[in-house]
Design a binder for this molecule. Sequence first.
Ligand code: MG
Length: 390
Amino acid sequence: MIRRVWLYTANVPMAAAFDHATRSRRGAESLLVEVELAGVRGWGEGAPRGYVTGETLDGAAQAVRRCDPAALAERIDWRTFDSAVASLAALPLPELVDGPSAAAAVEIALLDAVCRHFDRPLADVLRVLDPPRRVLREGPTAVSLVIHLSRDVASVLDALPPGALAALRHVKIKVADPAGAVRRLAQARERLPADARVSLDANGTWSAAEAERIAGELAGVAWVEEPLPPRSWAELGRLRRATGLPVMLDESCTGPDDLRTAAASDAASHINVRLSKCGGFLAAARLALRAEALGLGCQLGVHVAEVGPLWAAGRTLATTWGMWQTVEAGRADEWFPTPLTRPAFAVDRSLHRVGPLAGPGTGIEPTGELLRHTRCLATWEPDGEWRRSA
Ligand SMILES: [Mg+2]
């Protein structure tokens, strides 16, 4: 059933850099997989980020080339949409494709292709997980405003039109040193409506002692994302017991094993669910359901500079389930002023909302601008091996 597979890297320069405590990003570095079934093509994307999962773009590309599309195709029951989705959902992707971003690229491409083949939107795939009714809520959803490290919190908020400031439901602030974090939180609280929530993202840069010392000054924070070095389970548990600080795990939690350890050590109140670091659309959705069942809150996050399939698949989760404490949209419209997808990435920045995309599949196609910045590394056809591109 799989006629052809293409593996690409996309290197797209960003119009503006994005900074956080450990990294500054100036360009997109995504892995793209394109799968052709009879008459339709699906696109998937992975965002390997060394500082999140230890992955590299080269390593993730090699992981895709080590997987055998014929073996994958054999395990998919192509007869109906439901049977194809159920068999895809049952694939042990972490065993078949090494590394979360490579797995995400392959999985999203296959799901997109299956949806297009049966003319169904990606949202219909989520039914295979049989989510509890309480998590369902279709329609436009509020997204957070993210203020990165090199931006002054006061100036960003003061520059918003009054209506846009009043409409803010969640502001996420990138922080580095603890004293600066307290100052940035205060600047936001002074300007925001009382019902808007503020979270801080320290990207693992605080020591346990620093975090404990300033926790009292962070009263009113919705949560602190990744305050300590990743997977400091015992220290995170101690910090939470000693201070009651709400803690969201991001780099520390990429899958069910991390979630189990986090719950057992009481290391978190919240989890940041991002498709690429979690290994794909269904893996991310499953992790969110598991976290919710454990009583943990979930943010649906993005990786900086996702070029298309990742943000579109995330958009589907954002607008099909209402379980999210907050949703990040990213800023693809500002980072990539010439649209990389059709329809173009869009966020209503006066109401801080995003709406659902119309299917089938993820609902997006790559534009010439995206294709101009992609390089085909290899192709696969059913007669055998992956072939390196010239
Ligand atoms: Mg984070």
